[in-house]
Every structure is written in structure tokens, then in C-alpha cells.
Design a protein around this ligand. Sequence first.
Ligand code: NOJ
Length: 752
Amino acid sequence: MQFLKHSFPLLRTPALLIPVLFIMISCQPQTQRLATSTLNINQRVDSVLALMNLEEKIGQLTLYTTDWESTGPTIRAGYVDDIRSGRCGALFNSHTVDFTTQLQKVAVEETRLKIPLLFGYDVIHGYKTIFPIPLGESSSWDLTIMEKTAAIAAAEAAASGLHWTFAPMVDIARDPRWGRVMEGAGEDTWLGSRIAEARVKGFQGKGIGNTDAVLSCIKHYAAYGAPVAGRDYNTVDMSERAFREYYLPPYAAGIAAGAATVMTSFNDLDGVPATGSKWLMTDILRGELNFQGFVVTDYTAINEMTNHRVVADDKAAGELALQAGVDMDMQGAVFQRFLAQSLKEGKVSLQMIDQAVKRILRMKFELGLFDDPYKFSNAAREKATVFSAANRAVAREAVRGSIVLLKNKGNVLPLSKTQGKIALIGPLADSKADMLGAWSGSGDAKDCITLFEGMKNVIGASRVSYSQGCKVNGEDRSGFDAAIKLASGSDVVVLAIGEEAVMSGEAAARADISIPGVQEELLQKLLATGKPVVVVLMNGRPLAIPGVDSTANAIIEAWYGGTEAGNGIADVLFGDYNPSGKLTMSFPYSTGQIPVYYNEKSTGRPFNPESKWTSKYIDNPNAPLYPFGYGLSYTQFSISDPRVSKTSFSNRDTISVTVKLTNTGKRAGAEVVQLYIQDKVSEVTRPVKELKGFEKVMLEPGESKDIVLKLDKNHFSFFKRDMSYGTEPGEFLIMVGPNSRDLKTTTVKLID
Ligand code: NOJ
């Protein structure tokens, strides 16, 4: 090992070095490993790089899916041969200790250089224990639980042989037609940034290389959440100002929190496909955000640049991607097929290839795979960690926290735990598969608790009866009569309706976001029985439900809760948990209102219902049905007028905004106190309000607490006309309340 430490020039002689590398990466006596660790990571990376031929280097830049399962068109088969020949350095959709060990063995025992493989997977809201979909979880406004569920997902994944998750998705989305809103944190930049940090911290835990953590991947960089008309993969076009103000910060926050990798997006942005954009992948990502990890494409995004028609063929697409700053080609096999030729032609340089290889090797070193390629392959750990009772208990907690109470007329909720007959109706009331939601990792539908099961778990089987009524989609009304009969003989109806899980997620845009099929018609028939109807919505996006809102007695938004869905919803229905969720995306009044989001601009003709010539619809309200930040509780809260520590302040000050929060009702409960600001006059148009702080607080009945939220110059900064970032002196409104609509206001002045 002295040789490795002191003789770097000699490392260029591959014949001499193969044994050395072998020593580094195999199970050698501890003393030798200690010796290697005296080299710093850069030296170790360089020492490996020096051994590699071009094909092996390009292999490290190549990620293939196994045939375990695929999330898009599979271009390459025969991945085991690719591993064996050193043409593939990373795999996805391969997990479990058993399977990953088999594959790792091929890499470590059968390839020339024995470089270990990296295993990735879409662990989005859980690996085997499935948590609520991320949009649902974001509605908890509980950063601690989001970090915790990410940590559990990571621990389960890492115990199953995985090193890397393709999460979190931090794309800001204002258009609920886009099916992937289910995977994000909603419409707000500030909240989305905090959630990005929490999830990165959760996934990466105490640090890369710990066996209960995985590499995280900030995706989809950039602005994938803003496709025209909400249609997945569609064009994205926005001003640089809008991009930097509203879309870039969550990526930046995730990177600042230490995200190891970044995934490119499929879309173009201002005419340039993101995967081929040097501005995005190098100037901003590396230059401005100081990103140190590696960049992977989203699936065949390199190849797709030919469909974007910015290049004529795959070879040119690969050159564009590498030149832009992409390091790893997911599934497209473009680097593998063409990069050597591109190098020969001088279209790319060896230095560019080496740079990308080094970034990837570095991550393998940081994970500790060179010291022990089977570090994440421990069958006993897998058995103890995956789907443990403790993990399921956290999942139940996460479900309860994600639920949003949208309406509760006459306090029909919570339901009595001891009295009355309950008719449980609806296509989603006893569907296990739908509880998983999209992107459910290795989650198993049979493990999911349905609402029917959850209710029986709380009150026993005798008081609750179930009738499906109808399907989610289609015109079949043949189940109506049985459902109406059941409702008529019961004291209260719980109706579980919404979307099938496959109706949101990737490639699942909807042009009409009302409740599909005859479900709403069934609701009206049930209401006609005169029984109170509690609607439990399960869906992966905001829905347009003015008809449900105006007629149902109570509505709870339950999203897709994952493994423990039914138990968590039952906890809320029967009052074992007082709902505290708040929407992180506005629920539009109609599809035609989209995009509707709380932080809109004033316009030159602000909405005035009395005047025709203002910015409004003639057939719809301007306001959404339920605004951002909205959600009710079984108790009531009052929030006092905000008080500020200073009414005039400078860029060097931190000001405190204090409100008194009181639980004025009869139950313990949690309120999310939200703080918004408005820049009253600025040199560019600014939103009517922007979230800049919040705190979720639990209070006993009658209890009060002073909530103090802090603001400094960072909260008041924006991109000015010349695109410099900073503050401008002047007055700001400070608004505090329980949602983005019902706010109490004061004014502060920034003096310099
Ligand atoms: C395509 C999706 O856009 C991305 O989010 C995912 O990580 C990859 N497929 C891999 O499954």
C-alpha cells in the first residue's frame, strides 16, 4: 500500500496496478484497508481512474434498468453481460439483498477492474412500508415527520441492497392537471424548499456511507413541474425571473442540504432541452449552486433530444449532454454507443469524460463500496428493518398528519365510536391497490389497510357495512340501489370516492380534474336519503369539486395514504386524531381556472367584482374553492393581530413577528400558523402574498401560546430589474393567519 500512497506517477501503468486495485476493493485484512484509507478520496479516485480504459470509463457513466421492472421503454437487455464487460457501472430497479448481491458479485468477481456497482431505485414515499404520497405528506406541514419517513424509506432501501433513491422530487407545480403533482410538495416555493431540505436530510441521514442512508437525488432539474397545459413531458417556457424566483429555490435548497445527485428533466426550458443545457447543468448547478455530486439524466432524456429536434441523432445528443455537464446516462445507452467515437472526432474531450467518471467514482468511495462492495447487503439487517412494526407505526402517524379536513358542517365529524350504524360506500373504500398511490416502490397492495379494514379495527365489524356503489370510472350505475338501501338503513354514510391511483403520477395528466365517472351522481343519490354523508376523497392531485363542497356534510382529503391508509383515516373519522393538515396546492373551482395559485400578481387591473374591466372570469369566481394553506380542525383557533419587534428595520436586522394563538374549542388540536409578506411597491411586479414562515403548534383546549416567527433580509429579497438579487427599501405587509386567505395584517418598513 506504500506503493499506492507514494507512487502516483506509476499508477499510469495498468499492468502493475490491477493487483493494487484489487487489494483496495476486496476483502483484505484490516491493516491493508487502513493503509488505503490514508489516501484522501480524491487520490483514491485518481488511482482508480488511472487504471481504466475508455470503455470502462464510459461504463461508469452508464446506468441501466434491470428487467425487474421498468418505468419506461427499455432500450437495453442483457445487462449482466454489460456488467461483466465493464460497460455498465450502475443499475436501477434492482433491489433486495439477494438480487443485488448476485449482481454485485458479477461486478466484483468477473470484471477486469472489479469496480462495484451502484444500485438505484425510485424510493419516493417508502420502500416497503409505504407512506402517504408526497403531496399528501406535504399537507402535514410537519418537517419532522417528513424527514422521519424519508429516513425510514432510506433505512429500508439501504437494508435491501440499495445505495441511491431517485427522490425527492422538488418540482414546483401550479397545474393540477399534471399527474406528477402527487410526487411533489405543492405550489409554494418557500415551503417546497423547506420540504426539499427535510427529505434530503432524511434520505441521507447521518451521512453518505451509513448503512441506513441512501444517496438522494434532487429532481427533475429543471422546471419539469411547469409543462404547458399540465401535459406531462410538454414544453416549459418561462422568464428567467420566474424560474429563479419560483422554480429554482427548492432545487437549490436540496443541494445546499447536501443532496448527492441531481436528475435532469425531460422538458425544454426557453428552447433548450434541460438535459443539453450548459446554463442549467454547469453555470447554475455547479457555478452558482456549488453542486459537488453527479448528474444523472432522467431515463432516455439524452436520446429524446432528437425528438426535441435540437440534434439530428443520438450521437450528437450525447455530445450535447456531456458538454452541458451530464455525468450519467440513464438507460439511453447513448454514451455507451457513441461517446468513444465522439472523443475520436474531438467532439468531446477526455477531460470531460474523466471529470464525469471521477464524480461517480467519488460517490462509490463515499458510500464505502470500494472497501466493502457488499456493505449494503446484509440479509439479517434486511429482515429486521424492512416493514417493521415500528416503521408501520410511523406510517400511521404520517397518514393522520396528511389528512385535510375540508368541510365539517354541523360537526358531523368525528363519528361516534360507540353508537349508530355506518354505511361505508364507494369504489375506494375497500381497495388495497389504490392505497399505495403511484410510485410505491416495493410496496405490496396486500399489505395495505383499506378504509373498511381501518374502520373495523377501530369500532369492530358490527356497526359498519360496505357497499361499493360504483366504480371510479365508467357509467355503471348497477350498484346504486344496493348502496342507497344500505345508506337508508344506516345513521351516517361515509363515501370514499376520488381517482384510481393510476390516474396520477408519471404520464397521467388529466384534461378534466373533476371526480370521474358516476361517483358524484352516487353522492347526490345518497344525500337524497336524508342521511348525513361524509365524503372521504382519495386522489393524487387537487380536484375540482364545487358540487361535493356545496352538498356533502363533511369532506376529508385523505390522498393515498400508503400501507396504513385505512387505519390513519379511521383515526381521524372517529376522533382519535384531530385533523391538522393544510393544503399545499390550491383546489380550483373548475378545471378552467387552472393555473390558480395563491401567490399570483396584482395585475394592472386587479379583480373587482363590481367592475367588468378587471382581471376575472365571467362564469367562475377568481378565488379557488379551497385556498393554499387551508384546512379545518375539530377544534377552533383564534390568531391575534401580528405584533412586530420593529416597525422600521434594516438589512442587518432580524425582526420578530408575534401572534397569540389560542385553542378556543373543546379538543386538543394543532394549528399551522402561516406568515406571508407583500412588498407594497417594488421595481418589478411581485406576488400579492408570499409564504415566508410557519409553525405547527399543538394546544390543549383553552390553551394559548405566543408564536414568534423571524424575518430577515433573505425573506424580503427578490430579483430586481437588472436580475441582481437583494432587497429594496420600502413598506411590506406582514400577514399572519391559518391559511393564505384569512389573514391579519400589519406593516413594516425596510429603511436601507
Ligand atoms: C422517469 C421519471 O421521470 C423519473 O422520475 C424516474 O426516477 C425515472 N423514470 C426512473 O424510474
